[in-house]
Design a protein around this ligand. Sequence first.
Ligand SMILES: Nc1ncnc2c1ncn2[C@@H]1O[C@H](COP(=O)(O)OP(=O)(O)OP(=O)(O)O)[C@@H](O)[C@H]1O
Length: 254
Amino acid sequence: MSLLRAQRIHKSYTTGTPVLLDVSFALEKGQCLGLVGESGCGKSTLARCLLGIEHIDDGSLLFEGVPIHGLSERRLRPYRKHIQAVLQNPSAALNPKLTIKDSLLDPYLQFGDQVRLRHFQYANRHDFARQLLEAVELPAALADRYPHELSGGQKQRATIARAISIEPSVIILDEPTASLDVLSQAAVLGLLDRLREQLGIAYLFISHDLAAVHAMSQAIMVMQDGAIVDHFRKEELFDSERHPYTQELVAMFE
Ligand SMILES: Nc1ncnc2c1ncn2[C@@H]1O[C@H](COP(=O)(O)OP(=O)(O)OP(=O)(O)O)[C@@H](O)[C@H]1O
């Protein structure tokens, strides 16, 4: 059974223009599924629907076969711990008033009594934060700093540490390196890839950067104007039967 399955999802905002059109896919355990498409095609809207931040107008979303669309916040809560997110802007994702340690501990304080950790061990706050910082290759001394005292790359590593802290099944990565310089981008993508292998977490990796998506993913979906126009295995990217839009993206990539 797939971990996360979207079936024939449709969504419009109040303006009425469809933003997601008949979107279907399945994310398997431990897989990185890439989603590529140009700005405004609907990628972040899909991410927000999967996270339960936006509602869908039609279709279904299933987590391990259980419908999770249209649930009240209270009924959605048991699923929130399984699906975490790392978004584009780490400065917006970290509370400026909290130390890095307190931000890292936040998901565990919310869900720790409901999760069974296999990789990390919670003995006390300080040691847990140390393990998480170590997992994302940050020095333990950063635990007591505030977000404004970290570089962009360090902040994004901290948001990744927070996302993995309760060992979710899925992380939605929405342009996770967009705000970083080229060297930090490569380092953060390498880190994410290693963590997926170590922790067995599945990613939906959303990006406008086909090269990054190709490097990270086992399967790739291409979105155009809210529809998935192509969906293929990584090895099939250069095949001649690719959708014309995919071929346009490939021409830019080469
Ligand atoms: N809250 C909203 N209300 C109305 N329209 C919205 C809202 N959020 C997004 N849109 C519109 O939906 C469309 C898809 O936006 P979305 O942010 O999902 O695209 P995207 O592919 O993630 O773009 P980018 O790569 O630039 O982040 C756009 O036309 C956008 O203007």
